[in-house]
Ligand binder design. Structure first.
Ligand code: BES
Ligand code: MN
Ligand code: ZN
Length: 494
């Protein structure tokens, strides 16, 4: 897919389809007005039919609008003009893509204009690129006969009205393309089933990614982890036939002596719950339990494509969580790499068990900041649903950066508490502490557990249990929070 930025009037481009907005009450946006003027009132005339009121997500596809260069005009509802904000804008873009993808158009044009407060033309360009790539995304490599996509989009033109806006729009396009590639990689890895996407497969993909972008990849095997004393990670892995891998990828875009940002992604390639086994319903979705890992690799891809002047190290503890004759049992006590002992009261709280050793491991990099990304708790879905990622941090500065990056990229996160009061819930009669608390505040106790391993550096924890994938008819990985992480790193690099 190719994206280009052009200046000019929206009636000019010869393209398969031009997408323009209409506000509620059939009020035309400047681009729609331009098409209306060129077609001598055709758009206004059609809207009189009442087929499109301008409600968010409503669409109307017109063919052969007189004196307009595009074969089709796609009108998209933006809602009330006074209430226009990022959410309706993104919803309208999504709706436009659903219609566009059902047409035979292989080229499309999107006129851009900055109307939201605090958003420049580059932001719009980035959002359009991301929406187009998201809408065009398919995962059909495992179907015996991949369905033929109708007129797959090949060329996209972003039309700006002023020459002065071109450079900014082009920067937005470049960002969108890089982040979009990262998101697509994260989606692909997430969507692959557990029998394909094993820890070994993840390690191979990481090595391939590193090779393609001149990064360094290192895979630590079970014996390496034994030597390092990663008793907690290995405890989770011991129930599986698949060998565990600790995947390390280093991107060096910054000065040699500059401390890196470490990204640590939960890589449970399938979570059965282990001996504390999960119920059967929807258990297939636990193939997505490596989406944190996928977002680390996706972000590294985006960072490499943007050539950010920053050092980043991605670390992924990858294993399955399986029941079996050698699996950990509730009550088992293991020693972590940090030396602290943990009583495993529930083998299904395995994410924190693999992350804690990886979080100790990254201390060796003397990182400027550490972000872990994990589909950690079902309680996170109950708390924030599928809109915001839960963010916890031991540093208010870092927390602010994460929230800001989420707002900028519109891949939003919400600041959750990590007060010492909650640490009370982690008490064991037999070990230093257990791996679960009571049911109440389950996401927070999980974060509190991790906090006991992250005292050496500024740290943020992203619980993406509610945002990493969609269930139901649209079941599939979302690629979140690659956009948030990419913006966070871009800001740090600047
Ligand atoms: N991977 C799950 C968390 C999860 C569950 C994410 C459902 C998204 C949807 C995690 O390993 C887990 O099983 N967590 C347990 C923890 C509990 C035993 C304290 C949970 O959330 O139920
Ligand atoms: Mn689990
Ligand atoms: Zn899990």
């Amino acid at each position: 897919m190719e994206f280009t930025v052009k200046t000019g009037s929206p009636d000019k481009p010869r393209t398969g389809c031009i997408v323009v907005g209409v506000f509620e009450g059939r009020k035309l946006t400047p681009a729609a007005l331009a098409l209306d003027a060129a077609s001598r009132g055709h758009i206004t005339e059609v809207l009189k039919s009442g087929d499109l009121e301008g409600k968010v997500g409503g669409t109307l596809l017109l063919h052969k609008v007189p004196r307009v260069g595009a074969d089709r005009v796609l009108l998209v509802g933006l809602g009330r003009e006074r209430e226009l904000s990022e959410a309706p804008f993104r919803a309208a873009l999504g709706a436009a893509m659903r219609v566009l993808r059902g047409t035979g158009a292989s080229e499309a044009a999107f006129p851009l204009s900055a109307t939201l407060k605090g958003r420049d033309i580059g932001w719009y360009a980035e959002q359009v690129v991301l929406a187009v790539k998201d809408g065009a995304y398919r995962f059909d490599r495992l179907k015996s006969k991949p369905p033929k996509a109708k007129g797959a989009l090949k060329r996209i033109t972003l039309v700006v009205s002023k020459r002065a806006d071109v450079a900014e729009a082009e920067r937005g396009v470049a960002r969108g393309e890089a982040i979009g590639e990262g998101i697509a990689l994260a989606k692909d890895l997430g969507n692959l089933p557990g029998n394909v996407c094993t820890p070994t497969y993840l390690a191979e993909q990481a090595q391939e990614l590193a090779k393609r972008h001149g990064m360094k990849a290192e895979i630590l095997e079970r014996k390496d982890m034994e030597r390092l004393g990663m008793g907690c990670f290995l405890a989770v892995a011991q129930g599986s036939r698949q060998p565990p891998k600790l995947i390390v990828v280093e991107y060096r875009g910054g000065a040699k002596d500059k401390a890196p940002v470490a990204l640590v992604g939960k890589g449970i390639t399938f979570d059965t719950g282990g001996i504390s086994i999960k119920p059967a319903a929807e258990m297939d979705e636990m193939k997505f339990d490596m989406c944190g890992a996928a977002s680390v690799l996706g972000t590294l891809r985006a960072v490499a494509l943007m050539r950010l002047p920053i050092n980043v190290v991605g670390v992924i503890p990858a294993t399955e969580n399986m029941p079996g004759g050698n699996a950990i049992k509730p009550g088992d006590i293991v020693t972590t790499m940090s030396g602290q002992t943990v009583e495993i009261l529930n083998t299904d709280a395995e994410g924190r068990l693999v992350l804690c050793d990886a979080l100790t491991y990254v201390e060796k990099y003397k990182p400027a900041a550490v972000i872990d990304i994990a589909t950690l708790t079902g309680a996170m879905v109950i708390a924030l649903g599928h809109v915001a990622t839960g963010m916890f941090s031991n540093s208010d500065t870092l927390a602010r950066e994460m929230i800001d990056a989420g707002n900028t990229s519109w891949d939003r996160a919400w600041h959750m508490p990590l007060w010492d009061d909650y640490q009370e819930m982690l008490k064991s009669n037999f070990a230093d502490f257990p791996n679960i608390g009571t049911r109440a505040g389950g996401s927070i106790t999980a974060a509190c557990f991790l906090a006991r391993f992250t005292k050496a550096y500024p740290w943020a924890h992203l619980d993406i249990a509610g945002t990493a994938w969609k269930s139901g008819a649209e079941k599939g990985a979302t690629g979140r929070p690659v956009a948030l992480l990419s913006h966070f790193l871009a800001k740090r690099a600047a």
